[in-house]
Design a protein around this ligand. Structure first.
Ligand code: ZN
Length: 687
């Protein structure tokens, strides 16, 4: 065994599915690295789990009128399934609502409390008297002090993007009851981060200066230059890990405090199942701890969590935190709330069995040193011009020709000439580069080097032209095909971390199990390198028939995706916003079909039309605000749906008896909800 590694990938927040930005930024690089470490015979545990606490989940639960557990159960499953489908090879995927996590986080807090790492601070916070609870910033809505938008959140205005303090909001209201909150005293525990300023500055900016990425060091430096202050680790909330102290009723651990401890509890869960000692992976000085995260998490993993680990006293600190920048989509920031994203379950529906294609595109264009852009056109180009035209084409030619010339049997190796040796040397150089860049967390580079191996193979075939030589020099063709088959075997081994499904398929195609040599990863150093003495496929063994590894993606599929993206952006969040109601509630509505028989503008108004509607057994007058979308003459005779038992109202001087159901089209015009048959009689009930 080589070294011991603990690899963590940021715990995804369980209030929605995951999208390509998450995959590109965190999970694919973490997976490639973990696979690489396993292939190079290290002792690896690759850890993740769902982050299931925090205010946004409770807010979503309140909006939907359900318990937060319902929300986290739903998305925990959804996210876990996506990871499985994309081959993210976690050794353990846990969740922070689990018992083992609550226990671990509680113990951690108690230890820090004993070590005198906290400071108790009393302050005044917004309190909703009717809901009987303190209000987190997200639960307060008011007018933005900067842009005056009327529905800014307490912590951030979605209109102008400024972050602020809930106390700065003009006319703050509780989003739970709509009441004006009052101020009430509350006590919280603060981690004395300021006491770690010197230790962290030295550890990050001196000790890790040469090994950490510059984007990570840059962010840390700016935090440290600002000066670290004590930071609250508890909140007044009823969802989370309860603060394990007598005098802390109604308080839970702040989600940023409990989430990184989730890595530890997930490792404990794994160790228990595997009969291992979890402490080897978190407390042994020989273990390397690596956190894979996106740039929005740098402060938590480079400053706050290390301070917590140091305060606890028995843990190792991360060796590296190779955080990525952000992936944009078609030139715009990926946004969950604006539905500007490619969701993984959706991708798999539209591109079944093309997990490796997305893994490849996201890796070869990974936002490693700066923000990068994902476009569907580029996705198509990388698939068609690289995976299909280079990698797939090379393998296909080799396997088809071997079947054609030798009925699938690996031919003899005759004398190698200089072109063969040169090609082998080039490939050895690529293998060295792949190993080096993987060690340096340069996944783009290593992935592009993999394609380079197939490029070298393609060029070799094109230069040697076995299809011409087959008529004049059979011996030479045997050698060409023999060398080409060895290159294919190399591709099957070195594609494993990047394209795990393809790697497996290719090994089956080459019948790897029947060759007596071990098909294992090697580091490209001389003793183990790819050479004439160390070939993988043995002459005389039969390989299988060619199978397409990749297929072309058509323009129409790409157009469909772009249209879908633009449409989804308009329709925004699809999940219900209002509380669920019972059938009994619904049955209180009386909905009937009617026909418009007369329409006129309501005087002195811009939007209102006064309509006469034939309800079958009677006529009624309804005032409707549709004058901007419909003219008076075009709507005569139209079938509409009427809410008939709405209480009568006087609108702009006209008595209105009911309401006509409407929706809006993509241009924001109002349109009637109509039965699609004009034969439906007026007065028919809808239920
Ligand atoms: Zn604003």
């Amino acid at each position: 065994m080589g070294k011991r590694y603990t690899i963590t990938a940021a715990l995804p927040y369980t209030n929605g599915p995951i999208h390509i930005g998450h995959l590109a930024g965190v999970y694919i690089p973490a997976d490639i690295y973990s696979r690489f470490l396993r292939l190079t015979k290290n002792d690896v545990v690759f850890i993740c789990g769902s982050d299931e606490h925090g205010v946004p989940i409770t807010l979503k639960a309140k909006k939907g009128g359900v318990n937060p557990q319902v929300i986290v159960d739903k998305y925990h499953k959804n996210i876990k399934d996506s990871f499985n489908e994309f081959g993210i090879s976690f050794d353990n995927y846990s969740r922070t609502s689990s018992k083992i996590h609550h226990q671990t986080a509680s113990d951690f807090f108690i230890k820090l409390n004993k070590n005198n790492s906290f400071k108790e601070i009393e302050s005044e916070q917004f309190y909703d008297k009717q809901a009987n609870q303190f209000l987190a910033d997200r639960f307060i809505i008011g007018t933005c002090p900067k842009c005056k938008s009327p529905d800014s959140y307490g912590d951030q205005c979605e209109n102008c993007g400024t972050t602020h303090n809930a106390l700065d909001l003009i006319n703050p209201k509780s989003s739970i009851t709509g009441l004006t909150p009052e101020m009430k005293k509350t006590k919280h525990w603060f981690l004395k981060l300021d006491e770690y300023q010197e230790f962290l500055s030295n550890w990050i900016l001196n000790e890790n200066k040469s090994s950490w990425k510059s984007n990570v060091l840059g962010q840390c430096k700016s935090w440290l230059d600002d000066g670290l202050r004590p930071r609250a680790v508890t909140r007044d909330l009823d969802w989370g890990v309860p603060v394990p102290l007598e005098n802390a009723k109604g308080k839970v651990l702040y989600v940023w405090f409990d989430a990184p401890i989730g890595y530890i509890s997930s490792t404990k869960e794994w160790a228990k199942n595997q009969n291992k000692n979890w402490e080897d992976y978190w407390k042994h000085p020989d273990t390397e701890l690596i956190h894979f995260i996106g740039k929005d998490n740098i402060v938590f993993h480079c400053i706050i969590f290390p301070a917590m680990l140091k305060a606890e006293g028995s843990y190792i600190l991360p060796k590296n935190v190779p955080a990525n920048e952000f992936l944009n989509l078609e030139g715009q920031k990926i946004s969950t709330s604006k539905n500007w994203a490619v969701w993984l379950p959706e991708y798999l529906k539209d591109f079944p069995n093309k997990q490796d294609v997305l893994r490849y595109v996201l890796t070869s264009n990974a936002p490693e040193s700066k923000d990068n852009d994902f476009t569907w056109k580029d996705f198509q180009a990388k698939n068609n011009n690289e995976l299909v035209a280079i990698f797939g084409n090379f393998i296909n030619r080799v396997v088809v020709l071997t079947n054609k010339y030798y009925e699938g049997f690996v031919p003899n190796k005759n004398e190698l000439i200089i072109e063969d040796i040169d090609t082998i040397n080039l490939i050895n150089k690529s293998i060295l580069k792949i190993n080096k860049s993987l060690k340096d967390f340069k996944f783009r580079e290593s992935c592009n080097e993999l394609i380079n191996i197939s490029r070298i193979g393609n060029k070799y075939l094109a230069d040697q032209e076995p299809w011409k030589l087959i008529k004049v020099d059979e011996k030479r063709v045997e050698t060409i095909m023999y060398v080409s088959l060895q290159i294919s075997a190399i591709l099957s081994i070195f594609s494993d971390p990047f394209l795990p499904v393809t790697s497996k398929k290719l090994k089956v195609m080459l019948n790897s199990k029947s060759h007596d040599s071990k098909w294992v990863w090697h580091d490209g150093s001389n003793s183990k390198s790819f050479s004439a003495d160390n070939f993988l496929l043995k002459s005389g063994i039969k390989i299988n028939k060619a199978e397409l590894l990749f297929s072309k993606i058509e323009d129409s599929e790409i157009d469909f995706q772009i249209k879908k993206l633009n449409k989804a952006k308009k329709s925004k969040d699809l999940s219900p916003i209002k509380n669920e109601i019972s059938y009994n509630d619904f049955s209180k509505l009386e909905l009937k079909v009617g026909s418009i028989t007369h329409a006129e503008k309501v005087p002195k108004t811009k939007k209102l039309l006064s309509l006469k509607v034939d309800m079958g057994d009677h006529n009624r007058t309804i005032v409707s605000g549709i004058a901007k979308s419909y003219s008076t003459n075009e709507i005569i005779g139209q079938k509409v749906v009427v809410l008939t038992n709405l209480d009568t109202k006087i609108i702009a001087g006209v008595k209105s008896q009911g309401m006509i159901l409407l929706t809006r089209d993509e241009n924001d015009n109002q349109i009637f909800i109509q039965p699609d048959s004009t034969k439906i009689p007026d007065g028919l009930k809808i239920s």
